[in-house]
Ligand binder design. Structure first.
Ligand code: LAN
Length: 740
């Protein structure tokens, strides 16, 4: 249970002053919602208010000088670390808001409503907070976005409209009226994306005939690649795609639908500009609002869906369908059991729960799902949301360890590092998932680190690498301060996993190897997401593996040395091959070129390349230097991710982008050429620091599938600490190489 994050409603919690303060923070958010779409996770900070008040260090007051000395920076760092430590939990991890996507909570509410369990999970307080969230994130034009910063989409609007109604909001309420107008002006909910069609069909407010088929029989295809068709088997898909379409196709194959209620009958009539009985469902299959369309269907897909649509007449009720559904259920139960009912992500969590209920209403599996719903819910001053994962615990904690250790101020940070060490130790995956792995298309996990917690347990290449780097960093620090190091055998297991991740192209993908071809993307039916079918090699994952292997071989030069050297060579070639002409890298998991440049640069730098001796790094540094702004910082907009072209933020620069850019420049040794941009960046970070030692939550920093953004609340603390710590030692104190 280490790392488990749940919010409980306790009306008597805290002092009356704290409760009043919480209400004030909520009202303040709502009053300012147009200015900043983000919660600053103020409720979490309120929970830690006593510790924050009692902390020993605060940043110096008074204006930050233009040329701060090492002592001044040190004071800012001490303030930042003491503050951040106040948020650390007993088990050592750092919690934070991992919301952002707007399409997750509605699926949960629809499922719970369908299964008759809504009131079991959603107390009146939950409903109130979920509705608060909707009010806070409805766009000016009445619609809802795909994520909290995005413009309105049919997917966001249709689903959040339905959720508002299920949570008790009347159709005449302004929120509903405005959302409905937004939808009707664009043809109504038949123009929702395929995932939206799915959810509406489950609720019984959209016809299954209006869906392109999610043929469960695809799970019965041969998997062997020599058969040719085996390349299309879902076992070769990116695990997130596979795990979402698995229960989706079960529910589709069974046409699992909510029993009609007066409320669902009413919603049916509200979603479309024409009476429900007059909707042309066959035409609706391929309708999609232009606001939602990121990846339009290629023609072959439309032909394929048409053929499978026809095939449904034969397949439904056949023995083949029964066999396919049984196969799906086998994989669903496996996933549930092996993640302790957390599941790999928020979408399959909810649909697996629905599938279990359809198989056996009120059965054991469904009952085991319910308590694990809370792992995904998060409450902040903007309301209650469903997070993109069951948290980012290990990921944030491993970065925090590296950042805080880099500052070198062990007298301030020793205790915090000791606790973080415990979390890193306790979250490493020490057992494989249930055998036989290959029958369930699972990669090895023993020795890996997950993104969140051991209970979740799915291995990831870069989480393993960051976990390993954190462990190696801590192993170099005095045991009396940070606790005992993780045993070499466990680190060897991790190295084994990392090496296993290398793809034929030399790079590393996320959870598994690349198992099929990029052209399969033509089958991507999710109009709002790009590149979801296959797990590709990424600069972030590859660089994280490089830096981890480099750190590892410094401490354990004898272990699998030849294999590591060979792997590094190929990984380097991969990173170089995907650098853009302008010197940048495109980021797939953070915003965006700045994030990826940090990975590209640190990866090559770890292999001994520098600004002085490497042309690729000179180009990368020139790219970044060119993007620095008048306030001394860097600020990149999320639009970079969807457009794949660098896009500046409006307004202030962003502390997280600034830190990434500085870390990249320092990694390549740019300070030896020109320390000035780094000094200006550091001054920007110090000026943005708040009197508490915290930094403000600015625009959204994370992304997935090109088009959907996700909040990383911890980044605003971790990366400024890291960049300032590195700057102080490398640039101001002139340390040649920073080891810890
Ligand atoms: C994540 C979160 C972590 C992230 C990193 C480790 C940062 C990255 O380097 C590799 C990819 C990974 C593991 C990742 C992949 C996509 C995820 C799982 C997410 C962004 C969190 C949520 C997202 C998931 C797909 C959301 C559910 C939506 C679907 C389209 C299924």
């Amino acid at each position: 249970n280490k790392g488990r994050q749940t919010w409980e409603y306790d009306p008597a919690a805290g002092t009356p002053e704290q409760r009043a303060e919480a209400e004030r923070l909520r009202e303040e958010f709502t009053a300012n919602k147009d200015k900043h779409h983000h919660s600053g996770d103020e409720l979490l900070r309120l929970q830690s208010a006593d510790r924050i008040r009692a902390k020993k260090h605060s940043p110096p007051s008074g204006p930050v000088p233009d040329a701060p000395d090492a002592e001044r920076v040190e004071e800012h760092l001490k303030g930042a670390i003491s503050f951040y430590e106040c948020l650390q939990q007993e088990d050592g991890h750092f919690p934070g808001d991992y919301g952002g996507p707007m399409f997750l909570l509605p699926g949960l509410v629809i499922t719970l409503y369908t299964c008759g369990a809504l009131d079991q999970i959603f107390s009146p307080a939950h409903k109130k907070e979920a509705l608060r969230y909707l009010h806070n994130h409805q766009n000016e034009d009445g619609g809802f976005g795909l994520h909290i910063e995005g413009g309105s989409t049919m997917f966001g609007t249709g689903l959040n409209y339905v959720m508002a109604r299920l949570l008790g909001l009347a159709a005449e309420e302004p929120l509903c009226v405005k959302a409905r107008e937004w939808m009707h002006a664009r043809g109504g909910a038949t123009y929702i994306t395929s995932w939206g069609k799915f959810w509406l069909a489950v609720l019984g407010v959209y016809s299954w005939d209006g869906m392109n088929p999610l043929t469960p029989e695809m799970w019965l295809l041969p998997h062997n690649k020599w058969t040719g068709i085996g390349m299309l088997h879902p076992g070769r898909f990116w695990c997130h795609c596979r795990m979402v379409y698995l229960p989706m196709s079960y529910v589709y194959g069974k046409r699992g639908t909510c029993q009609e209620t007066p409320l669902t009958a009413a919603i049916r009539q509200e979603l479309y500009p024409m009476p429900y009985g007059r909707v042309d469902w066959n035409a609706a299959r391929n309708q999609c609002a232009k606001e939602d369309l990121y990846y339009p269907h290629p023609l072959v897909q439309d032909i394929l869906w048409w053929a499978l649509y026809k095939a449904e007449n034969v397949l439904q009720g056949s023995w083949l369908r029964r066999a396919a559904l049984a196969e799906c259920m086998k994989h669903i139960h496996y996933e549930d059991e092996n993640t302790r009912y957390v599941d790999i992500g928020p979408v399959n969590k909810v649909i697996n729960m629905l599938a279990c209920w359809l198989e056996e209403p009120g059965g054991k599996a469904f009952q085991k799902h319910l308590p694990r719903v809370h792992d995904y819910l998060w409450v902040a001053e903007d309301g209650l949301k469903m997070q993109g994962y069951n948290g980012s615990q290990l990921w944030d904690t491993s970065f925090a360890v590296q950042a805080i250790a880099e500052a070198g101020l062990l007298q301030v940070s020793g205790h915090c590092l000791r606790k973080a060490h415990e979390y890193v130790e306790q979250s490493q995956v020490i057992e494989e998932a249930a055998a036989p792995l290959s029958a369930y298309y699972r990669h090895i996990s023993k020795g890996a680190w997950p993104f969140s917690s051991r209970d979740h347990g799915w291995p990831i290449s870069d989480c393993s690498s960051e976990g390993l780097k954190a462990a190696l960093t801590l192993a170099l620090l005095p045991e009396e301060l940070v606790g005992p190091a993780i045993s070499p055998e466990r680190l060897y297991d991790c190295v084994n996993v990392i090496l296993s991740y290398q793809n034929r192209d030399g790079g590393m993908a996320t959870y598994e190897n690349t198992r099929s071809f990029h052209w399969l993307e033509i089958l991507n039916p999710a109009e709002t997401f790009g590149d979801i079918i296959v797990d590709y090699s990424y600069v972030e994952c590859t660089s994280a593996c490089i830096t981890a292997l480099c750190s590892f071989r410094k401490q354990h030069p004898g272990h699998r040395a030849a294999e590591i050297a060979a792997s590094l060579k190929r990984a380097e070639a991969f990173i170089r091959s995907i650098q853009r002409k302008d010197g940048s890298w495109y980021g797939s998991w953070g915003v965006c070129f700045t994030y990826a440049c940090w990975f590209g640069a640190t990866g090559l730098a770890a292999l001994g390349h520098t600004y002085a001796n490497d042309e690729a790094l000179r180009r990368c540094a020139a790219f970044l230097a060119d993007k620095q702004r008048a306030d001394g910082g860097w600020g990149e907009s999320y639009l970079s991710c969807q457009d794949k072209v660098y896009s500046h933020l409006e307004g202030d620069s962003h502390v997280v982008n600034t830190a990434w850019a500085m870390l990249a420049l320092m990694a390549v040794g740019y300070h030896k050429v020109d320390p000035e941009p780094l000094r200006r960046g550091a001054v920007f970070l110090m000026r943005m620091q708040q009197p508490s030692g915290d930094w403000p939550q600015q625009h959204i920093s994370g992304v997935f599938n090109r088009n959907c953004m996700i909040t990383y609340a911890n980044y605003r603390n971790i990366f400024p600490i890291w960049a300032l710590g590195h700057f102080r030692r490398l640039v101001l104190l002139g340390e040649e190489e920073i080891k810890i």
